[in-house]
Design a protein around this ligand. Sequence first.
Ligand code: NAD
Length: 480
Amino acid sequence: MEKISNYINGQWIAPVSGAYLDNVNPATGTVYSLIPDSDNRDVQLAVDAAKAAFENWSGLLPEKRHAVLARLADLIDRDADALSLAESIDQGKPVKLAKSMDIYRAGANIRFYATAAMHMASEAHASGNEAVNYTLRTPVGVAGCISPWNLPLYLFTWKIAPALAVGCTVVAKPSELTPMTAYLFTRLCREAGLPDGVLNVVQGLGPKVGQAIVDHPDIPAISFTGGTVTGKKITSSAGPMLKKLSLELGGKNPNIVFADADFEKAVSTSISSSFTNQGEICLCGSRILVEQSIYDRFVAEFVRQTRELVVGDPLDERTRIGALVSEGHLRKVLGYIDLAIQEGGKILTGGRQVTIPGRCEKGYFVEPTVITGLNQQCRTNQEEIFGPVVTIQPFESEEEAIRMANATTYGLSATLWTSHLTRAHRVSAKLKSGIIWVNCWLYRDLRTPFGGTRQSGVGREGGWEAMRFFTEAKNVCIRL
Ligand code: NAD
């Protein structure tokens, strides 16, 4: 059985403990590889390597860092098929989606920051004839990057790329549920010529490896994507150490459909925004709010299209809904469906675990599920389920739609369907979300700031925001 290694100082090495954890293929429910059960000793080795590599990497001309990162992006594209297969087996998502979304975007992330490395500029301010001030941005040092399981290589690269581009060295930890693509990625780093110690990947459990990264005194900046509960835990450790923190956390995103929207587009994109990646995308719209006058028509068409989604083997090209990431997550999602029924919800379609005959018989599959009849205050509409489960509710007016949309403690993303230009601007301004998509979903321009408000996180990633996060700004004032 394949044993995944840590990648420290350019070497693939076993964890100091010598212990390994099972890595399960969620589509078959079987262990298919082993992952290092690392601890603070492995993190210490990684920090030592990252510190040793820092001076050279941060001192390179930006075009040299660009050249290595650009090669790395090309290698991801070259190996897209193998990486997509690995991502699908690790996470349960359809292989087709792994290729078009995760692996495509992993290459795009690295390429974007490879070029940004050459274009990042700083500011200068002339104070009349008296002084010149300029801002010197220097890499913060060793960056800690911790990523989740839902978009494994996509989010792993999204974190490490800006850090590497500005000249930080990195200690990174992918999720213990999806370690494989980050491991394969380290092979590409070597091939691309990334110097030893610049990227170090320590695999293992959150409370052991993740916490050791957060607590390490020589890691001054932590970029984290994951659940809100974990984000708060990280804050309670890193806050008193005055570390820089970027937290991308959970969501419970509204998807608002006005009667004047392009109906066909609103329905078909809402199917994607509800169920892509089994609903395991932080940006999925899990609360659909529909204007009363088109409510019945919308629900009927939405349910019809939901029933057409093929739940099945992630390796089958026809599959739209693959396996949930783990047995624990399957139980959690099914538990929320039970809760919705207890809270008075009506299941219009779905609601059950699915058994796929053949090699996926023991996999963790759930039908895409549509629920109506719940208010916004119930737990089903307040808590992040992170599965193929959506609720639909009618609204009477623009004010009511805004009130319902803002009725949770989260604030990650919102989607708005309307052909009314001024309404699009007006409602967008009133939604408490970090990203608002109008007549589209998941469209991303990597230059734009990305992140949530309220319980969905603090800080912004993307574009210059992420690069600035990994730097210290120093003002130099020269009196003339
Ligand atoms: P999680 O919080 O359980 O784990 C995320 C990462 O943190 C993993 O690598 C985990 O091992 C690690 N971790 C766990 N405990 C830790 C600790 N004490 N210290 C340091 N690291 C620790 O989240 P998950 O279940 O892997 O991912 C799903 C969550 O991520 C959902 O809530 C989803 O909304 C969120 N998410 C948010 C975004 C975003 O951009 N806002 C994107 C993707 C996922």
